[in-house]
Design a protein around this ligand. Sequence first.
Ligand code: 13P
Length: 341
Amino acid sequence: MLLVAAPPTTRTSSPSTTTTAMMMSARRRTMSMGSSAFVRATKSRGTRGSAGRRRAPSTVRVVSEGTGRFIVGGNWKCNGTRASVKELVETLNKNVPNIEKNCDVFCCPTFLHLPYVKENLDSRFNVCAQNSWVEADLVDPEHHYDSTTGAFTGEISAEMLEDLEVPFVLLGHSERRTLLGETDEIVGKKVAHARYHGLSVVVCIGESLEERENGTTFDVIFKQLKAVAKEIDDREHSSWGSSVVIAYEPIWAIGTGKVATPEQVQEVHSKIRNWLAENVSEDVAKATRIQYGGSVNASNCADLAKLSDIDGFLVGGASLNGDDFAAICNASSVHYKAVGR
Ligand code: 13P
């Protein structure tokens, strides 16, 4: 649930009309992507000075959970051969009639498999890259770190993803943070740069087991959020909402079979939403989709989906099984029923 100040917010629109309204924001233009349209922020450079918008709530009360469409992603990580990817694509395509229409879905193959998947996967699924490059020590706030093509051997730029019409990119996954040393600051820059190139972003945050046990979970995730908000709040504030998804993935739950309890997930998600309300805006807090990731599977997704502040899942291992992934997508209906919409 979201704690924000009066005046009261009455939500009358359906998830899709809410999303549509956000997409019509004056500072954006839509790009046609076959059957899927996605939002591209205009390359405006004149929206600095958001600090004045931050305010302490005078009357704090419970208003609402998020209002965005349920969104489920499959992170295929560093998995797949040509044969296994072909098989997975075929299974997913076969499952399209079984997947509820009330949720957004994306799949993240490796860069190598991305063009094949984009060509062959049904347009019911969006494709999502697993990373995009930004120069770590670039200080370039006026140009959105916009020099990411060139002599950077082995990297993939947001410009290339834009050129390929890849609508989403996953950034800041804990495996990249812990194994490849990505800092909060780099992730923030990557988000700004990817948004500048019109990509919707799924930004991963989450604490380690040690951090949870020593009571610093919220210090860690608020710091991760702050690094992102610093970059996009200043310049492209209106491109939060449906275009920036937050995936809360406690590191101790990833690939371990140890799923966070519904209480743990609800506590973190509602605090993320409150943080957004207090540090970005109430509108952004309501519109931002917050996914949970970490050992989600077809058996445990329904219980989690009942939580008011969960807006979807980011799925690793179970997304490599097309039938299981389709079942997880359909937890959207459990969620809408539980929250009464
Ligand atoms: P698992 O679902 O395999 O735990 O992975 C979660 C994850 O890291 C998704 O990004």
